[in-house]
Design a protein around this ligand. Structure first.
Ligand SMILES: Cc1cc2nc3c(=O)[nH]c(=O)nc-3n(C[C@H](O)[C@H](O)[C@H](O)COP(=O)(O)OP(=O)(O)OC[C@H]3O[C@@H](n4cnc5c(N)ncnc54)[C@H](O)[C@@H]3O)c2cc1C
Length: 850
């Protein structure tokens, strides 16, 4: 161990070793990993070793695919076997709804380059004969699944890293971390202090404790997890002998079970409903290579289903039950990246599937540390997606919920109940009790989704199809488009940027020019690679005071970026309001008349123009009022301190009665934005798209002077974007798009790659059956149709009465509005779709400006 390193990785589990390997692989060889005991002394050693590529987030799925594709290379570099068994696997559906889920996953796989196939239960049984196929209605086959040796794999990463020059220090615990004024770290260990520019927390089961060393409370929790191993089973050995093949892996939704062959028997694991956190407050440093006491009672309900679905397993003797802890974040995805408010402190924690995700985590984090950017869209596992609201107890409730639903379907209209309501605004009770709102969870904030006519009807019926909210949302949209509607907008992110350097600071970060005092602009924000990392509404209240509105989900993500670029001279201050500033919005032809009744400020069109901002009293409450709305109609957003929100809301309702005012929720707002072709953050606009691809060219001023991402954006313009965001009308009937469906086109021309531009490629097998790291495919052809793109979001646009989708297609196709050119796959059925370039509602934007 030297006295100084460029980076120190804390933790020698599979994740820390992968981070170490990737740092060395991409050029940082002056790196050290510190492990308090031997490698794999946390959860890595007793893992079941299964791997697969499927993940609800396609971007995380890509990183999982990368992980799997890496193992061969790792074996070659390290000379250490990973004990790879690439058996392939099936996911079994026992109900039509679960089959719909598989159809969606299969469709998604098309543009991700996955070779999944929908198969019958009998076909699945042929590969896993222990199954009683009569319990199932269908299955999905994925050839890129299997299992490996967890210890061998961790050591393979470590050996490969060492060969590249990285160092590993064993049997030495990091006990304290202190930061020096220049932002570098003193890493205080049992054997002395080492200095490092960067520190990575890959502490696994102790990641919370390592976080606490720097004042962080990371939202993660370890759960006990059990799998059993049977004695040798004749059925297994007979199959092996007859076919020369190993049994495949099986994921079984009904029992929240996974199973596969292990030696001559079976390994069967469960995500039981009666799940149990382990060491919920603090992980003991004394815990090491030991297992927890098995609790067969707890997994009995899952086993009962397992025995019914795989009868031979019941007859087999149980050789051993493994019970070990491993960590989860509230949504089950890893916590990766730099931590807002800390310099050079990085996380690689809460990796619940280290053998599917560890490689992708190592790759993304190493790129981020070395190049300042993860090189891919890793939002799904960015540590910034959780805020201070994800407390210890909140995390406990959400992790338990997530664990017990590990293989459950989450329907697109399904809200999960644990730890809710969490953050509420002053109108919450009115919304729920008086107005029968069905509430949703917007990153910890309760938000009205839609309003039911009675308390009895105020719930969602979870489905992939149009649901019980459909006609009520239609009525809400009608009220807003034809009369006036009111909704709550507290679930926006709000910031204030002020100081003498504020304008120059924002000018450097944003693509648009900054507004004059009293005016508003819309502007994307780019990273150095010219990719869209933010989309904001910016208003200027005074020469040196700006207000910014953005996505609530991205608050920490954006604060991290703002702080990173703040001038060191203190000339700019950035403040995030959180729920200290809440909002309401009024929309519709009578919105102005209504606002005028509540204020003495002149809000006529001449005095208060479209894209103006004013501070004014509304029903006696001091408010900031923006003249714009996401509904793309005449309307206003009103922002106030929470203490005034009820007063303003009550005033709006009373003054609006004569105009037939109605409440509308988030779903009606999203429906209205569809018919305006407005994009949403994290669906249409993400860090994988350029500003021209995203159709945001109106908001970029390439000649305004230098700004971050300008050169890359200018190159994108000069070369022409590869993809374009488009709006499509879809011939749907009972189900609309949800996002991530493939877009097919009738075309014989190769319009270029359909691979999502994440940069990592999906795994494929070459002719010899070996995994190849790059996806060589440029599209899937079938009867003259090709998958050319993907849907980002969509739904039903109630005012224009059309099912609509937004998505990305090759730029060469994006201006073609012909009928019969596109089809979108909804729940396994391809539906005709047509691009519409002009918004279907108010294409000239006259209503907004009226
Ligand atoms: C029963 C069971 C079955 C599983 N099955 C699978 C599976 O089939 N597939 C799959 O992908 N995953 C599976 N997992 C999950 C998998 O084990 C984890 O995703 C993985 O181990 C996480 O690795 P890690 O490196 O993040 O953490 P850990 O393995 O916990 O490693 C953290 C390391 O950091 C060290 N450390 C912590 N603090 C310090 C400090 N202050 N100083 C020095 N060293 C420190 C620890 O000693 C430890 O070695 C399973 C887990 C269990 C328990």
């Amino acid at each position: 161990m030297k006295s100084h390193y460029r980076a120190i990785v804390i933790g020698g589990g599979v994740v820390g070793c992968s981070v170490l390997y990737h740092l060395a692989r991409y050029g940082w060889t002056d790196v050290l990993l510190i492990e308090r005991s031997e490698l794999t002394s946390g959860s890595s050693w007793h893992a079941a070793g299964g791997f697969h590529t499927l993940n609800g987030d396609p971007n995380v799925a890509k990183l999982q695919a990368y992980t799997v594709s890496l193992y061969k290379e790792l074996e070659e570099i390290s000379g250490q076997s990973c004990g790879l068994h690439l058996t392939g696997g099936v996911m079994m559906a026992d109900t039509p709804e679960r089959m719909d889920f598989l159809r969606l996953a299969h469709a998604k796989g098309r543009y991700l380059g996955m070779n999944t196939e929908l198969i019958t239960p009998s076909e699945a049984k042929a590969m896993f004969p222990l199954m009683d196929e009569t319990n199932f209605v269908g299955a999905m086959w994925d050839p890129v699944e299997g299992h490996l040796d967890p210890s061998g794999t961790t050591h393979a990463y470590a050996k490969a890293a060492r060969k590249l020059g990285a160092e590993i220090e064993l049997r030495n615990r990091v006990v304290e971390l202190t930061q020096t004024p220049d932002g570098t770290w003193n890493v205080i260990t049992e054997k002395g202090t080492v200095h490092a520019e960067h520190v990575v927390n890959a502490g696994g089961l102790w990641a919370r404790e390592v976080g606490r060393m720097v004042g962080l409370e990371l939202p993660l929790l370890a759960m006990e997890h059990m799998y059993l191993l049977t004695e040798d089973m004749p059925e297994v050995m007979e199959y092996n002998k007859a076919t020369g093949r190993e049994l495949i892996g099986v994921m079984d939704f009904k029992g929240e079970i996974y199973t596969r062959q292990e030696r001559n028997g079976i390994l069967l694991g469960t995500y039981e409903k009666a799940c149990k956190p382990w060491s919920p407050v603090e992980t003991p440093w004394t815990f090491g290579h030991e297992l927890l006491q098995p609790d067969i009672e707890r997994i009995a309900p899952s086993l009962e289903i397992g025995f019914k679905h795989y009868p031979a397993v019941e007859k087999a003797g149980i050789k051993q039950i493994i019970n070990g802890p491993f960590t989860f974040a509230p949504d089950g995805n890893p916590l990766v990246g730099p931590v807002q408010g800390l310099t050079n402190f990085w996380c690689a924690c809460a990796v619940m599937a280290g053998f599917s995700q560890g490689g992708g985590v190592g790759l993304a984090l190493s790129q981020w540390m070395i190049n300042g950017d993860p090189g891919a869209d890793i939002w799904g596992m960015d540590v910034a997606r959780f805020g201070e609201w994800a407390t210890l107890r909140y995390t406990n409730a959400k992790v338990r919920e997530n664990y017990s639903r590990r293989f459950s379907i989450r329907f697109p209209n399904e809200e999960l109940p644990a730890a809710r309501p969490h953050q509420t605004t002053p109108v919450y009770d009115i919304m729920v009790r008086d107005n029968h709102a069905v509430m949703g969870d917007s990153w910890g904030v309760e938000t009205p989704l839609w309003f039911a006519p009675s308390a009895r009807e105020a719930h969602d019926i979870p489905t992939y199809h149009r649901s019980n909210d459909f006609k009520h949302i239609g009525a809400e949209v009608k009220a807003a488009r034809e009369r006036v509607g009111v909704t709550e907008t507290s679930n926006f992110a709000k910031y204030q940027v002020d100081g003498p350097g504020a304008e120059a600071f924002l000018d450097r970060l944003m693509t648009n020019t900054m507004p004059k005092v009293g005016r508003i602009v819309l502007t994307p924000m780019l990273n150095e690679r010219g990719k869209i990392i933010g989309d904001f509404t910016i208003a200027r209240l005074a020469a040196e005071r700006f207000m910014i509105w953005g996505s609530i989900a991205a608050q920490k993500y954006h604060m991290r970026w703002f702080e990173r670029h703040l001038p060191k001279d203190g000339s700019v201050a950035v403040k995030r309001f959180g729920m200290n500033l809440v909002g309401l919005s009024i929309v519709g032809p009578h919105a102005r008349d209504l606002l005028q009744k509540l204020t003495d400020t002149d809000v006529s069109n001449a005095a208060f123009r479209f894209m103006d901002i004013r501070e004014m009293d509304v029903n006696t409450a001091p408010c900031i009022v923006n003249r714009l709305t996401y509904a793309g109609d005449l309307g206003y957003e009103l922002w106030m301190a929470p203490a005034y929100q009820r007063k303003v809301y009550d005033g709006i309702k009373a003054a609006g009665a004569e105009f037939g005012i109605a409440d509308f929720g988030m779903r009606a707002l999203l429906s209205m934005r569809l018919e305006k072709n407005f994009p949403t953050w994290f669906r249409e606009l993400r860090p994988i798209y350029g500003v021209f691809e995203g159709g945001m060219e109106r908001f970029i001023k390439l000649n305004k002077g230098d700004f971050i991402g300008r050169d890359a954006a200018a190159r994108e313009q000069a070369e022409g974007p590869k993809l374009r965001r488009v709006s499509l009308v879809v011939e749907a009937d009972t189900a609309d798009v949800m996002g991530d469906e493939p877009i097919w086109a009738r075309t014989t021309t190769d319009h270029g790659t359909v691979e999502k531009p994440h940069g990592y490629g999906a795994p494929r097998r070459d002719a010899a059956g070996n995994l190849t790291p790059k996806d060589p495919d440029t599209g899937i052809e079938r009867d003259g149709w090709r998958v050319v793109g993907w849907v980002t979001s969509g739904g039903y646009a109630h005012h224009v009465g059309k099912s609509m989708a937004q998505g990305y297609v090759p730029a060469a196709l994006a201006a073609d509005e012909s009928e019969g050119l596109f089809e979108i796959e909804i729940l396994g059925q391809r539906r005709a779709a047509r691009i519409n370039i002009e918004p279907l509602f108010d294409p000239a934007g006259e209503r907004m400006r009226a």
